[in-house]
Structures are given as structure tokens and as C-alpha cells.
Design a binder for this molecule. Structure first.
Ligand code: TXA
Ligand code: MG
Length: 317
């Protein structure tokens, strides 16, 4: 899998039951025809993903959600109208035709319309919805460049579409709309507050039914190999002796940096910019054979909740 492919070539590969990586506004996905159980099975195999972890199905336009969902409740319709294409995944009760391997046997399906011309073009030319998890080995950080995908999965997949770095940089927000109250299953690229301006308050965290069904919610997930610790206060001192420690800073500090290497997520302390840089910065630190990555906490508003969620999962808490 050396050369790069055009969208048309990639679509032909998808139609023949192949799998490949494509950019979205959130992270790169590893996609297959959602209605081809064999192709979808290969995604699980390549990612080493447990089969109980269902996939998000991506659609090229809102109307295609009706081919997957048995019913689109009115709050889902409102959110779709307002936020698609964009980083919002809705979980709805599924149509029978959606293969069990996609939904891990659940009666529900997660659907989203990504906001990226290559992703949309790929689905239009493939003429099918595309089931796609993030294009990383299970448990590792999601890829936000084509290079990230090539490094880890390049020799195991049939194409990579290179759309440059992802604008949002963290995965979509997942909202379940098939219980009595809307439930936010994963913080992501669309802030909770924006959802609540449209449909009112939402519950947070796994409902009883989806405890086993959302490994994106497992405590240790989205992790670099290097241990990571959040909420470190002792900036002026070195409480860690001669260990090699890297620092993931939210913004440019007032005092000089104590530790090297350092990655600054956003010089001016902008949460959107910080989210867009998060996984690339963690990957760079992760290649340096450090003993520890210290991560500065970010304010828990808007995308700050998503960043803190990923940092805490990466740290195992
Ligand atoms: O931004 C994103 O969402 C990216 C891009 C490629 O679209 N995709 C992504 O997929 O992050 P993945 O597979 O890494 O994470 C999807 C999460 C999983 O944790 C899975 O458990 C949850 O979605 N999920 C999928 N179907 C579900 C369902 N029917 N009910 C509850 N959770 C579901
Ligand atoms: Mg993932």
C-alpha cells in the first residue's frame, strides 16, 4: 500500500469489498461498505478490535440515515438539521437490514454525516454508507493525519486518502436518542452545551443498556504507550528525580518550561486549537521513549470537556 489513491479508485475498492482510510473533520476513519459483513469483519481484524465494539455508520446526506434507522425521533431530526454535516453521531434504533457485525448485535445503530469533502465524495461514488471506526489499532490514539494511518496500518489496508490534518482533531460526540432521555455517551467534537441549546439537558455517561457496548468509554482508551498523568501542579519543582518527563502544556506558560520536551496545545489558550492539536502532540511525545507525560488540565467547558475526557482515559483514570 505505497502509492496514494484518488477518491474514484478508493470508491471502486470499497465497492469490491475492500477497506481503506479516509479523512473526516474529526479523525481519519477506516471504512468499508456498511452492508458488506465480510468487509466489515476485516476492519475488526486489522484494528484488533473486539467484536463487541460497534461501528459508526457514515452517510453522505441526512436522508440516508433513514436507510439505517427504523425511526428518526423529532429531537434527532432537529439535531441532524442543525449539526450535520458535523461531529455529531446519533444512536437510533436500527433497521433490520443493518448487519449485526456493524452494531455488535445491538438493536441500535450509530450514524453520522461527516463534514469533509473527501469523505462525502467517497460515499457518493461508492453509493453505500460506510461503516468506519477511527483508523488506529484498538486502544491507541486516533489518527489525525494520513501519515499517522500509514505508520500504523499502512501495509494492512487497501487505500489511504490524504486530506491533510483533521480540522476538529477529536472524535465525534455520541448521543443516544433511543432511550427516554437523550444520553451523551461520549464527549467529542460538538460541545455538550451546543446540543443542549437545541434539545435541552442531556444525561451523561453509559445507560444501563450500553455499558458493554461503548468501549470508547472504557477507562483506558485513546492511550499513548507512555504513561500519562493529568493535573500536575508542581510546575516550579522537579518532583520526579531523573526520570525523562515530557510536558503537554495547554498554553504558553508565564514562567519558562521546567521540562523538555514540551508540546504546547494552543499558545493563546484556545480550546478548539488545542483539540485539533491534541492527538498529534501526544503521538510526538509518545515517540520519544519518555518515562512519563505530564498533561496540564484544561478548563472543562465546551471542547475542554472532550480534551479532559481523552486525557483522563489516556491516563487510565
Ligand atoms: O469522529 C468519529 O466518531 C470517528 C470518525 C471516523 O467518524 N469515528 C470513531 O469511531 O471515533 P470509533 O469506532 O473509534 O468510536 C465509535 C464509538 C465506539 O466507542 C462505539 O462503542 C460507539 O461509538 N458506538 C457505535 N455504535 C454504537 C451503538 N449502537 N450504541 C452505542 N455506542 C455505539
Ligand atoms: Mg476509535
Amino acid at each position: 500500500m505505497g502509492e496514494t489513491h484518488t477518491i474514484r479508485q478508493a470508491a471502486e475498492i470499497i465497492q469490491k469489498g475492500g477497506i481503506g482510510a479516509f479523512p473526516t473533520e474529526t479523525v481519519y476513519g477506516l471504512g468499508a461498505d456498511a452492508f458488506s459483513p465480510l468487509a466489515v469483519a476485516r476492519i475488526f481484524e486489522v484494528k484488533k478490535r473486539p467484536s463487541f465494539d460497534p461501528l459508526i455508520v457514515h452517510v453522505a446526506n441526512p436522508a440516508d440515515a433513514e436507510k439505517l434507522a427504523a425511526d428518526i425521533p423529532s429531537n434527532a431530526a432537529k439535531l441532524i438539521k442543525k449539526f450535520w454535516p458535523g461531529p455529531l453521531t446519533v444512536v437510533l434504533s436500527k433497521k433490520e437490514a443493518v448487519p449485526d457485525i456493524v452494531t455488535a448485535g445491538l438493536p441500535t445503530v450509530a450514524v453520522r454525516m461527516p463534514d469533509h469533502p473527501m469523505a462525502l465524495g467517497l460515499m457518493e461514488l461508492s453509493k453505500c454508507p460506510i461503516a468506519a471506526p477511527s483508523a488506529n489499532p484498538f486502544g491507541y490514539l486516533s489518527p489525525t493525519t494520513a501519515e499517522h494511518v500509514r505508520d500504523q496500518l499502512g501495509d494492512q489496508i487497501d487505500f489511504i486518502l490524504d486530506g491533510g490534518p483533521c480540522q476538529v482533531g477529536v472524535e465525534s460526540t455520541i448521543l443516544s436518542l433511543c432511550e427516554k432521555k437523550p444520553r451523551l455517551l461520549r464527549h467529542g467534537g460538538l460541545p455538550q452545551e451546543e446540543i443542549e441549546t437545541v434539545i435541552g439537558s442531556v444525561e451523561i455517561g453509559p445507560g444501563e443498556e450500553n455499558v458493554p457496548s461503548a468501549p470508547g468509554m472504557l477507562p483506558r482508551h485513546y492511550s499513548p504507550r507512555t504513561p500519562i498523568m493529568v493535573d500536575w501542579q508542581g510546575r516550579g519543582t522537579d518532583p520526579f528525580g531523573d526520570r525523562k518527563i515530557g510536558w503537554l502544556a495547554f498554553r504558553e506558560p508565564e514562567k519558562p518550561f521546567k521540562f523538555h520536551p514540551v508540546e504546547v496545545l494552543s499558545n493563546r489558550g484556545d480550546l478548539r486549537e488545542a483539540a485539533a492539536n491534541l492527538f498529534s502532540a501526544l503521538r510526538r511525545l509518545d515517540t520519544l521513549n519518555l518515562d512519563l507525560i505530564l498533561a496540564e488540565p484544561v478548563p472543562e467547558i465546551g471542547l475542554g470537556k472532550t480534551i479532559m475526557d481523552r486525557l483522563c482515559r489516556a491516563s487510565g483514570h
